[in-house]
Write a protein that binds this ligand. Structure first.
Ligand code: ATP
Ligand code: MG
Ligand code: MG
Length: 578
């Protein structure tokens, strides 16, 4: 096992392991969970939480549950459940656990616990810890007070237990309309003046006549998040319930609820503990499901999996690898202080992951014709080079040198600037520049052609027959320019999508800013490129380094057999902070 970077969560777990806090028969000492609400697609922030929870379980020989927090039927759909399952699997994680009794599948739903949640609510009512409130939503909000003002007790707070119980049963039986009554916790006599707003008689059940994806029309009352979450954790024997910092103020209720219900014998002890870490804020990215949905619904992007989206499906389609995202999560670590992680950190991780393993290929993205005047029109010279400069076992790539080639338009300058070492034309009695066509021959520029509008349409060169790369004597040619090319005779024409960051503002939605105004107009440029012939066999999700250009992936949606479409994952170097 590689040395684990230390962080406060590992320190807590290691202390618990040393103290034997969670030692129970047949159960691991570390049980975490990732609890998404199936109301949208997962994004890079969720990826941090997934890597953290599943990673800790893996590192400490525990297990991690995937739990759908599906208690808001009006917003939740099966489509989201399916994509979340795919995304977690794709990231490389697994909720199967090999226990003493064989394989256990730890894919759970909060809705699995609806019966138990209900029973516990009746228990709380019977014990005087919950009551049915009949105030309107407005009255309740007004009586809650605010950070400076204590709240006011509801006139229904002292409703007899028997009456609350009957009303709660009637709520369940569908006798009331949405919002008519609500079940609230009663933590203590003076809870309504607690400095913590979350302790002021929090709502625990509400009436919602809504069809639920899994439980259909069985229920018309649904438990609130703050009530459901701790109980689900406890029922699953979670040891470390890890969430983002905004839930810090919810922890006292979490602890109170589990302690109170423990007295009713509902759980195996010890009950879980909640720990908070700071959420991921990534520059040039937004990580709010609501705002991401707006991008999709307004047609700013082509869908949740648009390669410009910070969703996991978007990152996947863009060409990010699961390993690069895991590396990123490891590298940024976990802390309790809010900050911003630079997008270049994520981009650096995918470069680092792909550099040793991505096959190299040649692509000319902005083509300009090159005519080798002293090479016969009907001839072709076979050339080859390694698929990867450091991995001979990856084999060789074969291509041909012909009279007409494609080079990048900016590999020629009619009037060169200082320090420009690629093609420049002869001037007076000074010959044109010499350039090596990588893995081919050394050439010398002899001239160029222009169309009627003055645009350069072809560069003319002569080649030196004895300069072929890898042949004896080829080193005698000392040239400063070394460029890539493909043969016009056998190259593959392909659509290449040059993606860039979706926003130009590093904090597009900070402080309530209008993120729609910060959209990068150049986040997608589509070009028709010429690629070396072997690329026609590239299949969806295959990744390459296009030499001098960056890392690219064959688009998993739009690539056809023999006709791949490529997405730029990332350029070779960071061009944003240079
Ligand atoms: P959003 O606010 O975008 O709707 P959410 O937090 O409501 O996201 P959930 O599906 O409830 O989405 O999140 C599942 C888990 O992912 C939670 O434990 C949450 O803390 C965590 N999470 C969500 N966003 C981030 C983030 N930016 N960084 C780290 N963890 C996150
Ligand atoms: Mg949530
Ligand atoms: Mg949220």
């Amino acid at each position: 096992l590689p040395a684990l970077p230390s962080n406060f969560l590992r320190a807590i777990i290691e202390n618990d392991l040393a103290a034997g806090t969670h030692t129970r028969d047949g159960m691991p000492n570390v049980i975490t969970r990732f609890p998404p609400e199936p109301n949208g697609y997962l994004h890079v922030g969720h990826a941090k939480s997934i890597c953290l929870n599943f990673g800790l379980a893996r590192d400490y020989n525990g297990r991690c549950h995937l739990r759908f927090d599906d208690t808001n039927p009006e917003k939740e759909e099966q489509e989201y459940v399916d994509t979340i399952i795919d995304s977690v699997k794709w990231l490389g994680f697994d909720w199967n656990w090999q226990g003493p009794n064989g394989n256990e599948v730890h894919l759970h739903h909060a809705s699995d616990y609806f019966d138990q949640l209900y029973t516990m609510a009746e228990y709380l009512i019977n014990e005087g810890y919950a009551y049915v409130d009949s105030q309107s939503a407005e009255e309740m909000a007004a009586n809650r007070g605010n950070f400076n003002t204590p709240g006011v007790n509801s006139p229904f707070r002292n409703r007899p237990r028997e009456e609350s119980l009957q009303m709660f049963r009637d709520m369940k039986a569908g006798k009331y309309k949405d919002g008519e009554h609500i079940l609230r916790a009663k933590i203590s006599e003076d809870a309504m003046s607690s400095p913590n707003m979350n302790m002021r008689d929090p709502a625990i059940y509400r009436i919602r006549h809504e069809h639920h994806v899994r439980t259909g029309d069985d229920w018309c009352i649904y438990p609130m998040y703050d009530y459901t979450h701790p109980i689900s954790d406890a029922l699953e024997n979670i040891t470390h319930s890890i969430c983002t910092l905004e839930f810090q103020d919810h922890r006292p209720f979490y602890d109170w609820l589990l302690e109170t219900l423990s007295k009713g014998g509902f759980f195996t002890l010890p009950v879980p503990k909640q720990y908070e870490f700071s959420r991921l804020n990534l520059t040039y990215v937004i990580t709010s499901k609501r705002k991401l949905r707006q991008l999709v619904e307004d047609g700013v992007v082509t869908g949740w999996d648009d390669p410009r989206m910070p969703t996991i499906v978007g990152l996947r389609r863009r060409g990010y690898t699961p390993e690069s995202i895991q590396l990123f999560a490891e590298r940024i670590g976990v802390t309790k202080s809010d900050g911003w992680i630079d997008m270049s950190t994520l981009e650096g991780c995918v470069r680092e992951d792909l550099d040793p393993k991505a096959p190299r290929a040649t692509a000319v993205l902005r083509p300009l014709k090159l005519i080798v005047e002293n090479f016969p029109a009907d001839a072709s010279e076979p050339c080859s080079c390694p698929v990867h400069p450091h991995h001979p076992e990856m084999g060789v790539r074969n291509f041909t040198f012909t009279r007409e080639l494609w080079i990048e338009a900016d590999d020629f300058m009619e009037t060169p600037t200082k320090g420009y070492f690629r093609y420049t034309p002869p001037v007076g009695d000074q010959p044109g520049s010499r350039v090596r066509l990588r893995h081919g021959f050394v050439t010398e520029c002899t001239g160029y052609d222009k169309d009627d509008n003055g645009n350069v349409i072809a560069v003319r060169v002569k080649y030196f027959e004895d300069s072929k790369s890898g042949t004896p004597g080829s080193d005698n040619y000392k040239v400063k320019g070394n460029i890539h090319w493909v043969s016009a005779a056998d190259c593959l024409e392909a659509e290449v999508r040059l993606y860039d960051r979706l926003f130009t503002d590093p904090q597009p939605d900070a402080g309530g800013k209008d993120f729609m105004a910060a959209l990068n107009p150049n986040a997608l440029e589509t070009v028709t490129a010429y690629l070396e012939p072997g690329m026609k066999d590239a299949a969806g999700d295959q990744r390459f380094q296009f030499e001098r250009h960056g890392y690219f992936v064959a688009d998993r949606v739009d690539s056809q057999p023999g006709k791949p479409v490529f997405n730029r994952i990332v350029t070779l170097k960071d061009s944003w902070t240079a």
